[in-house]
Design a protein around this ligand. Structure first.
Ligand code: HEM
Length: 255
């Protein structure tokens, strides 16, 4: 009886996994996560602009109350958002490292590649935006703002006053404005990159998509920046102190 030995050969990698760790796959991951983040930024801006509704910015107090009405849903959304941020940053880092490894030596002659300031500063603007985000989330969502314990006429957390009073500090509003400009640069390139990654911008439409990305990014930034500007200039006003509800009588203390 002859024994036939069957060689299994090298194990075939899972095709999906192989795609995801390839450089094209990583670009897809950066594109998809970036697209989701742009949706978040759009939704967040829409929520923030409710500060212009009603007296003393109380539109945003009602919006924040609705957002916090279901804590389980809120924490699931926050977890998802954190995951998307982590995937976006982690995958971008891994692409940058792989790119640097692929060309260990600097070119002897620098090719004059046409690139805008936004493209050349993507990593730097991304890092400043990240530090802004850490500060911002601790300040407003983490309750570290010195104005986090104010309540409006209806006993709701006075988110409007927390925001407006925070921006009365020129260091805080200055830091926001600088970070927002960098976020604008990051997004203006990021939005057109998403289209390029998925092959949605042909030769003809590329210019149009680039302009569209630029317009959307700066419209977003102007929307966000209007809030510190309106706070500093006194356009946005806070509820006078004698009309406030004491913290112990607030809606949150009665839960
Ligand atoms: C003037 C500009 C902005 C204002 C007034 C503002 C306001 C706020 C407020 C009040 C919260 C707390 C929400 C809560 O209670 O859960 C918050 C959370 C947050 N903001 Fe902003 N925001 C601004 C700009 C931005 C920008 C530009 C980004 C991102 C690029 C951003 C990302 C976030 C994130 C990730 C959270 C945490 C989400 C959460 O835990 O609810 N914000 N922001």
């Amino acid at each position: 009886m002859s024994v036939v030995s069957v060689s299994k050969g090298p194990r075939q990698p899972n095709p999906l996994l192989a795609f995801l760790v390839s450089s094209i796959g990583k670009k897809w991951i950066v594109g998809i996560s970036g697209g989701l983040l742009i949706f978040f930024v759009l939704a967040h801006l829409a929520g923030n602009l409710t500060i212009y509704i009603g007296p003393f910015g109380e539109g945003i107090n009602a919006y924040a109350q609705a957002l916090h009405a279901n804590p389980v849903l809120l924490w699931i959304a926050r977890g998802g958002l954190l995951l998307v941020f982590a995937v976006h940053i982690g995958t971008t880092m891994s692409l940058i490292i792989a790119n640097r490894r692929a060309r260990p030596q600097r070119y002897a002659v620098k090719a004059r590649v046409q690139s805008t300031l936004a493209v050349r500063t993507m990593a730097l603007s991304g890092l400043v935006v990240l530090s802004f985000l850490i500060f911002h989330v601790l300040q407003f969502a983490g309750g570290l703002s010195p104005h986090a314990d104010l309540y409006d006429l209806q006993g709701r957390h006075d988110v409007a006053a927390m925001i407006i009073l925070s921006f009365h500090n020129p260091l805080v509003s200055g830091f926001y404005l600088v970070s927002l400009v960098l976020l604008g640069m990051h997004l203006s390139h990021g939005i057109s990159s998403v289209f390029q990654t998925f092959g949605l911008s042909g030769r003809k439409s590329f210019g149009l998509i680039k302009q569209g990305g630029l317009l959307l990014a700066w419209a977003l930034i102007i929307g966000f920046a209007s809030i510190p500007v309106a706070s500093v200039t006194g356009f946005l006003k806070i509820l006078p102190a004698d009309r406030r509800v004491a913290p112990e009588l607030s809606a949150s203390s009665q839960l």
